[in-house]
Design a protein around this ligand. Structure first.
Ligand code: ADP
Length: 391
C-alpha cells in the first residue's frame, strides 16, 4: 500500500493530524486544530515545503475541522485513516479495523477513560460520516501492554473488582514503547530485553522482552507511576482518604490536584517544563533542583523495579521530549543505577539531542536514545491491518 495514511488524534477540543507517507524519508504534512467549539478555533500546520500556516476556523466543531484538515493535504488522498484511541480495555490486544461493532466496543470501554475515549470516538464518527468509503483503523494506547502477565496487571484488591469492574493495570504510551523497543531490536540486531523510558509531558517506563510488554509503570489510569509534568505519579493510596478527612477535599478536587497541579509543576512551584526547570536549577532555584532530583530518582527506581520483569537485561532506551533532549536527566537517572553496570559515554550523551538517534554507553548493557514516532507507528499498524484484511 503506497498511498499515505492519515493519522488522527482527536481530543475533546483538538485534533492532531499527520499524513504519513509510505516512504519514511518523504515529508509529512502535520498539524493541529485547536480550541474547537470556540470562536478562536483554528488550524495550524506545516505544508510540504516546511512552511507553517494558521487558518482561523471560528466556531468549528470536529467535523468542520476534519474537512479543513482534508483540504490541507495538498490533493493527496489517504489510503486509510489510523485513529489513536486511548483505551482498548481487555478487548483490544491489537489494532482493529473500525466497524459498528468496534465503535460500540470502544463506547463500552469509555468508563475506563471517560475523558479520552469519547473524544477519540468523536473523530472516528465524524471521519466515518465525512468519508464513508475510507478504511479506518483504531490503534490503542493500551494494546501493546495486553501481553502483561497477571502478576504484573493485577492489583492486590478483592477479585470482584477485577471480575465485575475491570479494575486492573492496563498501561499507556503503548505505541511509543512498541516503536522504540522494536527499533532497539533492529539497531542492536537482537530480540532483546529492554527497559524503555518514555519521558515527555506524560511519562512511563516499560519492560519489553522479545517484542512483548512484560510490565509498565502506568496502571488503570495514566496517573500511576513516574513523576510527570503536572501529574503526581505514585502516591500513597491512603492519600485520598487523608485529604478528604483532613482538608475536606472533594473527589473532583483531589483528582484535579493529582492530575494538574502536581508532578514537576507542583514540586518546583515553577513550571511543568523540563527545559525551564533545567535553566532555573542552573541559576540555583531550589524548587527546580528538587523537582529534577525527584523526577530522575523516580525514573531510576521504576527502571530498577521493572528489571524484575525481564529474563535478560540488554539495555535501556530513552525517548519522549525529555528522554530525547536532556543529557542531564539521562545522566542523573543512570547515576542512581550504579548496580546496572552501565558506563555512560559522556560525549555521546551530550551530543545526542534534538531528535537524534544514538548509542550513549561506553561499557556494560546498551544505552540508546531513540526518538519516538507514535504517528509513524499508528500508520504502520494501520497499513499492516489493511493489508491483512485485503489478503
Ligand atoms: P508530550 O508528552 O506532550 O508529547 P513531549 O514528548 O514533547 O511532550 O515532551 C515535552 C517535555 O520535553 C517538556 O517537559 C519539555 O521541556 C521537554 N523538553 C523538550 N526539549 C527539551 C530540552 N532540550 N531539554 C530538556 N527538556 C526538553
Amino acid at each position: 500500500m503506497y498511498a499515505p495514511v492519515l493519522v488522527i488524534n482527536c481530543g475533546s477540543s483538538s485534533i492532531k493530524y499527520a499524513l504519513v507517507p509510505a516512504s519514511p524519508d518523504a515529508p509529512r504534512l502535520a498539524g493541529l486544530a485547536e480550541r474547537l467549539g470556540s470562536d478562536d478555533a483554528r488550524l495550524k500546520g506545516t505544508d510540504s515545503r516546511g512552511e507553517r500556516f494558521t487558518q482561523a476556523l471560528p466556531g468549528a466543531d470536529h467535523a468542520t475541522a476534519l474537512a479543513a484538515i482534508l483540504d490541507c493535504l495538498e490533493g493527496q488522498r489517504p489510503a486509510a485513516v489510523g485513529h489513536r484511541i486511548v483505551h482498548g480495555g481487555e478487548r483490544f490486544t491489537r489494532a482493529a479495523l473500525i466497524d459498528d461493532a468496534v465503535v460500540a466496543a470502544i463506547e463500552e470501554t469509555a468508563a475506563l477513560a471517560p475523558l479520552h475515549n469519547p473524544a477519540n470516538l468523536e473523530g472516528v464518527k465524524a471521519t466515518r460520516r465525512l468519508f464513508p468509503d475510507l478504511l479506518q483503523v483504531a490503534v490503542f494506547d493500551t494494546a501493546f501492554h495486553q501481553s502483561l502477565p497477571p502478576r504484573a496487571y493485577r492489583y492486590a484488591l478483592p477479585e470482584a473488582l477485577y471480575r465485575d469492574h475491570s479494575i486492573r493495570r492496563y498501561g499507556f504510551h503503548g505505541t511509543s514503547h512498541a516503536h522504540v523497543s522494536a527499533r532497539a531490536d533492529a539497531l542492536a540486531g537482537i530480540r532483546g530485553g529492554w527497559l524503555t523510558a518514555h519521558l515527555g509531558n506524560g511519562c512511563s517506563t516499560c519492560a519489553v522482552w522479545q517484542g512483548a510488554s512484560q510490565d509498565t509503570s502506568m496502571g488503570l489510569t495514566p496517573l500511576e507511576g513516574l513523576v510527570m509534568g503536572t501529574r503526581s505519579g505514585d502516591v500513597d493510596p491512603g492519600l485520598h482518604a487523608h485529604l478528604a478527612r483532613q482538608l475536606g477535599w472533594s473527589l473532583a478536587e483531589i483528582d484535579r490536584v493529582l492530575n494538574r497541579d502536581s508532578g514537576l509543576a507542583g514540586l518546583s512551584g515553577l513550571s511543568n517544563d523540563m527545559r525551564e526547570l533545567e535553566q532555573a536549577a542552573d541559576n540555583g532555584h531550589a524548587g527546580a533542583r528538587l523537582a529534577i532530583e525527584v523526577f530522575c530518582y523516580r525514573v531510576a527506581k521504576s527502571l530498577a523495579a521493572l528489571s524484575c520483569a525481564l529474563p535478560r537485561f540488554d539495555g535501556i532506551v530513552f525517548t519522549g521530549g525529555i528522554g530525547e533532549n536532556s543529557p542531564w536527566v539521562r545522566q542523573r537517572t543512570l547515576g542512581a543505577l550504579p548496580h546496572f553496570g552501565i558506563e555512560l559515554d559522556g560525549a555521546a550523551n551530550a551530543a545526542t539531542v534534538g531528535g537524534r538517534e544514538g548509542r550513549i554507553d561506553a561499557a556494560g548493557p546498551q544505552l540508546w536514545v531513540i526518538p519516538t514516532d507514535e504517528e509513524g507507528r499508528i500508520a504502520q499498524e494501520t497499513r499492516q491491518l489493511i493489508e491483512e484484511a485485503s489478503a
